[in-house]
Design a protein around this ligand. Sequence first.
Ligand code: AMP
Ligand code: MG
Length: 543
Amino acid sequence: MKSEYSLETPAQELESLHFDNRFLRELPADPDCSNRVRQVPKACYSRVKPTPMAKPRLVAFSEEVADLLGLSEQACETELFAEVFAGNRLLPGMDPYAMCYGGHQFGHWAGQLGDGRAINLGEVLNARGEHWMLQLKGCGLTPYSRQGDGLAVLRSSVREFLCSEAMHHLGIPTTRALSLVLTGEEVTRDMFYDGHPKQEPGAIVCRVSPSFTRFGSFQIFTYRDELEQLRKLVDFTIRHDFPQLPAPGVATYLQWFEEICRRTADLMVHWMRVGFVHGVMNTDNMSISGLTIDYGPYGWLEDYDLTWTPNTTDAQGRRYCFGQQPQVALWNLAQLANAIYPLIGQAEPLEEALKLYGASYQRGWQEMMAQKLGLRQFEAASDEALCKELDALLQSAETDMTIFYRNLTEVGAGQPEPQQLDDEALLAPLQEAYYQPEQLTEEHRRRTADWLRSYLQRVAGDGREEEDRRSQMQAVNPKYVLRNYLAQLAIDKAESGDYSLVTELLEVLRQPYAEQPEQQEFAAKRPEWARHRAGCSMLSCSS
Ligand code: AMP
Ligand code: MG
């Protein structure tokens, strides 16, 4: 953050952001600067200006992201800030462009997609020497808009803004969000594609990330047989986003792919840990840096259901449901392997790297489960069966995943011989996790109590202080996540002009692992009214 002795006014702070646009400078540009929808061959990007918006108004900003860029809170509250992050004004050094990429959508090659409503403003070089790309989402047409209008509505922008920051505070790799700005424009959306279009308030999120490059950014070149451009983008990515790797060459390309496999595995482990469902894991929505990217019809698991997906478009196939994510990530990595194959010319090492994904995921998942359960480490001999039975139990009654794990710490707490407790005493701390406690069968209660006894036995064998175990468990089992209904409540209020819940949620989600007793209401499981309500349990790509 700028010191309070800074000689600059808040607006001057913005004017003096330092831009160093490496992506533009080092990669092939589209020579055509006209803003009309078209195929763009042999280019990583097209220069295009954001469309001016009627009446920009700041709704919220993230202090932490502002700080990354070296901006004070005062700078974020200026009129200039709202103008810039609605795309109405450019700061010195900004040079806007939309990125070209393709992708597999729902398993099928979809050809050119690209930034249809996102425009990069440039790369801020901060005082720590880090590059941060700024990208507006919802700021008008680009050459990649296809049939779209290039805009974004308030509800989806609130969701992207809050979830990006919530994920970061959960310790999960993600693109960040600097700001949420209302545009003052109305946007027409048919939310469920059922012939009921509505006018909605338009909004723009400024996303911030070291990179917005996707698996599909490489795929597009290979599909078009543009290998020179492919190599340029791969070399660029290795140089800047994987600086720990040696200079580009075949061996480095393989190391790079292995690293992408490891990072993707790590990301999947995180999503499975917290119950995050991305909803649209198309290859254009997979970050090459292993970040969570493109928050659309994502959702948070309420009751533990491996087949759950928030995305209505995927309700039939459930390709992207919760339990499928690690598998789909592998499928996506295989598409990336195909895309870079021409630079490597050997299939075998790529196949080996894909196996490495499986092994990394497996190892990461086991470590993660051990942590969630408060164990020193995963012991396959006992813990495989323990986890398997837990998985079955969680699915056999409607159980809130977040509350279950958070409260598991309390089972038998303070008891010298907790395994001796009767069923009722053992189960008491978990009651809150059940959506329909009155429907729990005797058999389910007994089975759960049995499981808890084996679990406590296993914990006792570890011989750790209860306090140690509690703090380990609390550090990986969040109390606060962006529950689907909470995001929807914030949206309902925001649509009526009250933005207070957006800011409140942003604040609570800053410390998802802390108890925050005064914020208890935000840890509550989904209320019944939200069970089937649009926006809470069902989302579409219409955003
Ligand atoms: P998504 O499924 O949101 O990742 O989007 C897939 C593709 O559609 C990307 O190329 C987006 O840029 C594009 N897209 C989504 N919504 C719009 C829109 N309203 N206007 C233009 N392009 C869009
Ligand atoms: Mg996308």
